[in-house]
Write a protein that binds this ligand. Structure first.
Ligand code: SF4
Length: 89
């Protein structure tokens, strides 16, 4: 039985210079985003970057600033409440 491929193995950026995805120049960022837009695993990539709070580079088609905006605007999980006993006394 063949092993399942991880999403990184299907990443379109594997065939490109990684520097492009971490460059700060707008033109390089635009080229990286264009590659991401045709990537079959962009959802998984973005999900990983958001969960790991990756600070640098283009991931899942979003720049670090764009990801930070998403994280700031995302609803926070409800704080766990201490369970109260059903009966007291
Ligand atoms: S979406 Fe992620 S995995 Fe796909 S090309 Fe862009 S950076 Fe690479």
């Amino acid at each position: 039985m063949p092993e399942a491929m991880s999403w990184e193995e299907e990443a379109r950026c594997n065939d490109h210079d990684p520097e492009m995805f971490f460059a700060t120049r707008p033109r390089a960022e635009g080229r990286a985003k264009a590659i991401c837009s045709r990537c079959p695993v962009s959802f998984e990539c973005l999900q990983f970057a958001l969960a790991a709070r990756v600070e640098f580079g283009v991931w899942g088609g979003l720049s670090s600033k764009e990801r930070m905006v998403l994280l700031r605007e995302a609803p926070r999980p409800a704080r766990s409440r201490r369970l109260q006993p059903a009966f007291s006394g």
